[in-house]
Design a protein around this ligand. Structure first.
Ligand code: PLP
Length: 390
């Protein structure tokens, strides 16, 4: 039977680095002690107090269809949090709750792009981005960044590709690079969006993981609230990846249409999950800080291991749970480096190429194992790089 080009063409046919991930998993089931630095997921489960709140809500009967836009309590809580963090007036009418940030990314592109429209995104990118754009029938157009600019986007590169485009997708703090976009860069991006009448889709799921500098939400920049859709999520800030709870914040008219889209697609997010999210968000910044703390600590450990040698260079980065390493001095591609490191030293890292051509010759390290394992893994990685460097 025929299957649509939309679903058969989503991934563009590449392996997206999953080959390496699956190989590492296979080695583990065969008893090899692989240290996995691949997946962007905390090494702790959701906090018991959040699970208690979820359980209370479910046992209390919040198990039927929940309000499609999100419960009033969660929409208000998200609106308050966003207003407090950014200073932009935000009400529940500016918020729709989605089943995770990924569903928000899809809905935001569905809201802004028609079939055949060009949709820009920054390379290197979170692995789902081009497929998410293709999923709404739009055409993904990569805007490259450079390792030597610490992967900060160049507004001129955006402007050069903006003709006929409807949207630009950015992500700060960034996966895979860990880079936090500077205010100046974000102002340049905002200028390019205004000049070329682009929607800005700002993926801010790592907004609580900032180690250096400050997180600036571009929705707060002049003239941007009316053309920005912010995608947020409970996944990274509250270690609730499996709960599938996120949101989009944007202009009321766009949110009203997004509610229409949700009515015809997801039909909302379970009420007991939303109640748990309200509970979690009401714990305030302290809980978010505690959940982010291991990554802040491990980043220091990583930088400590990497200092005093010049074969492996860390990209100067200030956020998220990743460190991007430039391994071009070894003469290998990111893919070959990752593959050989896994075979010979049983360390799994993601090849940079799986996040776009701009990250070729790099590997991404997810700091999602305990401190001692991270130190061991990076020590072995550096030793391996030094062995093979010409
Ligand atoms: N955006 C980025 C940059 C991510 O790294 C992820 C997950 O790793 C997501 C969005 C999706 O997160 P979720 O759907 O769990 O909210």
């Amino acid at each position: 039977m025929h299957l649509s080009r939309t679903i058969t063409g989503l991934t563009g046919g590449g392996s997206d680095g999953w080959d390496l991930f699956l190989k590492a998993r296979r080695m583990r089931t065969e008893g090899v002690a692989v240290i996995e630095l691949t997946i962007g997921e905390h090494d702790i489960p959701t906090a018991p107090a959040i699970l208690d709140a979820m359980h209370r809500a479910a046992v209390g009967g919040h198990t039927g269809y929940a309000s499609v836009p999100g419960t009033p309590a969660l929409r208000q809580t998200v609106a308050r949090r966003v207003a407090e963090r950014t200073g932009v007036p935000t009400t529940a009418a500016n918020v729709i709750i989605t089943p995770g940030g990924q569903a928000g990314l899809f809905a935001a592109h569905a809201a802004t792009c028609d079939a055949g429209d060009r949709a820009l995104y920054i390379d290197p990118y979170y692995a789902t981005y081009p497929g998410t754009i293709r999923a709404v029938g739009a055409v993904p157009v990569a805007v490259p960044t450079r390792s030597r600019d610490a992967f900060q986007p160049d507004p001129a590169q955006i402007a050069a590709r903006a003709g006929g485009a409807r949207s630009l997708l950015i992500n700060s703090p960034n996966n895979p690079t860990g880079v936090v976009y500077s205010r100046k860069v974000l102002e340049g991006i905002a200028g390019a969006c205004i000049d070329h009448d682009l929607w800005l889709i700002s993926d801010e799921v790592y907004d609580t993981q900032v180690w250096e500098g400050a997180h600036v939400s571009p929705r707060a920049l002049d003239g941007m609230a009316e053309r920005t859709l912010v995608v947020g999520s409970m996944s990274k800030s509250h270690a609730m990846t499996g709960s599938r709870c996120g949101w989009i914040v944007g202009p009321e008219a766009a949110i009203a249409h997004l509610i229409g889209l949700a009515t015809h697609t997801t039909y909302g997010v379970p009420g007991y999950i939303q109640d748990a999210a309200v509970f979690a968000l009401n714990q305030g910044a302290e809980l978010e800080h505690d959940i982010a703390a291991p990554f802040r600590r491990r980043r220091q450990i990583a930088l400590g291991v990497l200092q005093g040698q010049n074969v492996v260079r860390a990209i100067p980065a200030g956020g998220a749970m990743y460190v991007m390493l430039d391994i071009r001095a070894t003469g290998l591609s990111g893919e070959d480096f990752a593959d050989r490191l896994l075979d010979s030293h049983h360390i799994a890292v993601m090849p940079g190429e799986s996040f776009g051509q701009a990250a070729a010759g790099h590997v991404r390290v997810a700091m999602t194992v305990d401190d001692a394992a991270l130190k061991t893994a990076l020590t072995r990685l550096v030793a391996f790089a030094q062995e093979i460097a010409p």
